[in-house]
Design a protein around this ligand. Structure first.
Ligand code: FEO
Length: 173
């Protein structure tokens, strides 16, 4: 089933938002590198890579259905220089909440059109967003618990460095 023109526009917007997410995470990683928190920077950089995988999943879906995906304008990341670890992960959480709502709107639009073919992909993203929000929330809560305790922050930083490389998804399909 071919994607409607209206739904294709929404898929293109989502593709652009995933690349926007990648740039945002990359900038957040830079902020943590600049403050000598390499573990947090590593975690955020891995997430930037995963967002590209997300964009590619949408691109592949649109191509597989015989349509032509187009990447839109990716805005510069809105991350204040010198943001603390707490501010960085709060920004990440806010960003994930925006993405989650965008995915829900995509689900609503696809359902309204009876676009059953996109359902498995969109269900995967609904699950993925639940997981991503929960993970970022947990990191943020732990940063708040640590507060001004320098050694505590360094411990958390080294824990986050252990996030494995690669992605959760196979980019080769
Ligand atoms: Fe692709 Fe973190 O949302």
């Amino acid at each position: 089933m071919k994607i409607s023109v209206a739904l294709l526009a929404r898929f293109n917007d989502q593709i652009t938002l995933e690349f926007t997410s990648s740039m945002a995470y990359r900038q957040l990683a830079i902020e943590m590198n600049a403050q000598d928190l390499p573990g947090m920077a590593q975690w955020l950089r891995r997430q930037a890579d995963e967002e590209v995988v997300h964009a590619n999943k949408f691109i592949d879906h649109v191509l597989d259905r015989g349509s032509h995906p187009v990447i839109g304008t990716v805005p510069a990341p809105d991350v204040p220089v010198g943001s603390s670890a707490g501010q960085v992960f709060a920004a990440a959480l806010h960003h994930e909440e925006v993405v989650s709502e965008s995915i829900r709107n995509l689900v609503r639009a696809a359902d309204a059109e009876g676009d059953i073919d996109s359902r498995p992909l969109l269900n995967w993203f609904v699950e993925e967003q639940i997981e991503e929000e929960a993970t970022v929330k947990e990191i943020l809560a732990r940063i708040k618990l640590v507060g001004d305790d320098g050694p505590g922050l360094l411990r958390l930083d080294s824990e986050l460095a252990s996030r494995p490389g690669g992605t959760t998804e196979n980019t080769d399909r």
